[in-house]
Design a protein around this ligand. Structure first.
Ligand code: G3H
Length: 526
């Protein structure tokens, strides 16, 4: 611990043994999962450091959480789904204020649990707070739009958005706070009730927020349980009582979970899944800018982002210049501990270094070379990024989403090569295209917008800013997440219609004046 600055030290094991079900924080006295950090394990004989314990809850408790969420929703009759919109907003405002007080604690745990560097850990926290605040503003805007009657063909209608029911929310380890909350927050504010299980890494950092959830929302609206995905999610899905599966993770997990639901047409999906975003470098690309964008695109957070550039296509005519500059830039990167704010940091998954090394070995055995001197250098908790060229379709690194520090490169002479590969790919999230000539770029962009859902021009792929749509085609996503779209994804349009006659007009007028309905109203929140 000596090399760790005082403010980031963890001086004793964090024994977290609480969970939140039905508005009550209870102590777990069953089995626990040990939480290890790989940060300080460099050599083969260094063991990962035990930093905490979290409850390893059983399926029975998962069902208790489900029961609480189901009762709180009560077929749409519960307190939360029928509450006035501005009261739900007040609950969320109260939550975000409480959450802000936990910033330092959560940032520290982000570094220890997943190895994210200090700046990015702070960014993850602040971006989440901003996301919640923007969601509140956006919900008011959506609610305002629903405050006007329409009248068409003699039928008057007041159309709003209503909740869907019980949401099971499962987030990823690479953004254990931000991406999970990008599901949970819109789900809650739209009037749904939720069960949330943190990802496999980044679990301790949720513990400081249990109290804030408990104090801010009515009983049963947010239920937080800890344990293994299969143990917790299986009985919940099998019950058939889940209306929305909200998951950021792998498509294979999403499919297995859907398959457990006995009434699939009742299950709405909000899924952010894997991707293999290509970076395509045309012959007139600005090389220095492209190198810079490809470094951050491939290697921010060691490539552990669904939006990372996971394969680069470089035009034959500029291949040599690009590769020599790119390789130099990769070798200049520093590996450090998160508080040192290096781009490269230890990998949180103990098995990842071996997986990355295996990808490299497989590519080499099929004819690829490591172009950079440090490429593939292995430590217990890290593999230095290897720039692999030339990569072929038979190699694992071409086919698999590496989600780690290895950069496969292919050269091309005709743009139809990467476009055909993208068409054949199982994924369709984003692409980065580097070039200047509009005559060339125009038709390429026109093809690519129909193969993926975001074309980044001379810029690395990324999810943000969060007001922009984040989605994908094929196995990369189901539904769209932006601040606005997530509110739509977690709700459904529902409305009151009446024949336009004096009787109905009178009833509606009286209803609005007397404020007898939370749904039929024409006022709105500022
Ligand atoms: O893991 C996928 C994340 O949504 C990526 O988000 O592009 O902001 O890093 P980001």
């Amino acid at each position: 611990m000596n090399m760790v600055p005082k403010e980031y030290q963890i001086n004793k094991v964090i024994n977290h043994n609480e969970y939140l079900i039905n508005g009550k924080i209870s102590n777990w006295d069953g089995k626990h999962t040990q939480v290890y950090s790989t940060l300080l394990s460099v050599k083969n004989d260094d063991k990962p450091l035990l930093i905490g314990n979290t409850p390893e809850m059983s399926g029975d408790y998962a069902l208790k959480a489900l029961d609480a969420a189901h009762t709180a929703f009560n077929y749409g009759q519960g307190v939360w789904p029928t509450m006035k919109v501005y009261e739900r907003i007040q609950c969320m405002e109260s939550f975000v204020e409480k959450m802000k007080t936990k910033r330092e604690e959560i940032v520290k745990l982000l570094m220890w649990e997943i190895g994210k560097n200090l700046n990015d850990s702070r960014k993850e926290f602040d971006r989440t707070v901003e996301y919640i605040n923007d969601t509140i503003v956006e919900y008011k805007r959506i609610d305002r739009k629903g405050a006007t009657f329409q009248n068409k063909s003699g039928v008057r209608a007041l159309i709003r958005r209503g909740p869907l029911g019980v949401v099971l929310c499962l987030g990823p380890y690479n953004y254990p706070l931000n991406e999970t909350f990008a599901l949970l927050i819109p789900a809650i504010i739209m009037g749904n009730t939720t069960i949330f299980k943190p990802a496999k890494h980044g679990v301790l950092l949720i513990a400081p927020l249990l109290e804030a959830f408990k104090e801010s929302f009515p009983d049963g609206v947010v239920n937080i349980v800890f344990g293994r995905g299969r143990e917790i999610a299986t009985p919940i899905m099998k019950s058939g009582k889940v209306d929305v599966l909200a998951l950021i993770g792998h498509s294979s997990s999403a499919i297995s979970l859907q398959d457990l639901h006995p009434q699939k047409n009742r299950l709405r999906l909000v899924l952010g899944l894997e991707a293999k975003n290509p970076g395509i470098i045309l012959k007139d690309a600005d090389i220095d800018l492209t190198v810079k964008e490809c470094i951050s695109g491939t290697l921010s957070f060691n490539g552990q982002r669904c939006t990372a550039l996971k394969i680069l296509y470089v035009h034959d005519e500029i291949k040599d210049e690009f590769l020599s500059k790119f390789v130099k830039a990769v070798d200049e990167l520093k590996l450090g501990l998160p508080w040192e704010n290096t781009l490269l940091t230890p990998l949180p998954e103990p098995a990842k270094p071996k997986y990355i090394s295996d990808l490299i070995d497989d590519a080499i055995s099929q004819g690829a070379k490591i172009l950079n001197k440090k490429g593939g250098d292995k430590q217990k908790n890290f593999v230095f990024p290897a720039v692999l060229y030339p990569v072929k379709k038979e190699m694992k690194v071409y086919k698999e989403e590496q989600f780690g520090p290895v950069i496969p490169i292919i050269s091309f002479s005709d743009i139809s090569t990467p476009i055909k590969d993208m068409s054949a790919s199982n994924y369709g999230q984003q692409v980065s295209i580097f070039g200047k000539d509009v005559d060339t770029l125009g038709p390429i962009i026109d093809s690519m917008v129909n193969l993926v859902c975001r074309v980044n021009l001379n810029s690395a792929c990324q999810r943000g800013p969060d007001i922009y749509p984040f989605t994908g085609r094929k196995d990369s996503a189901v539904a769209t997440l932006s601040v606005h779209d997530a509110l739509r994804s977690f709700s459904i349009r529902t409305f009151v219609a009446s024949k336009d006659n004096e009787l109905n007009k009178g009833i509606l007028r009286e209803m609005i004046d007397s404020k007898k309905s939370h749904f039929i109203r024409t006022d709105y929140y500022l």
